[in-house]
Write a protein of this length. Structure first.
Length: 88
């Protein structure tokens, strides 16, 4: 009798673990489709810059989040990067 109860409990636990693993796999696959490109970029205004994390999907901005505090350069500083306005 005890071995049947133990086997039943073990089967229920195994079923729950299997369902949970499928749920986690499904959830992770959805996350990867939310954006196709992620990067960081310093966005500057005159001599003040902040680094941002940018998430893109098909060339369009989905999300922009600051990842640093403002950095202030000297008044003579010039941003020499090309494509400064391009985010995705």
């Amino acid at each position: 009798m005890e071995s049947k109860n133990l086997m039943g409990i073990l089967m229920i636990f195994l079923a729950i673990a299997t369902i949970f693993s499928f749920y986690m796999y499904k959830d992770n696959s959805k996350i990867s489709l939310e954006y196709d490109y992620e990067w960081t970029k310093a966005i500057c205004e005159k001599n003040k810059c902040i680094d941002y994390q940018i998430k893109c999907l098909k060339g369009k901005v989905l999300e922009i989040n600051p990842v640093s505090k403002e950095v202030i350069f000297s008044k003579e500083w010039v941003d020499k990067r090309n494509n400064q306005n391009k985010l995705c």
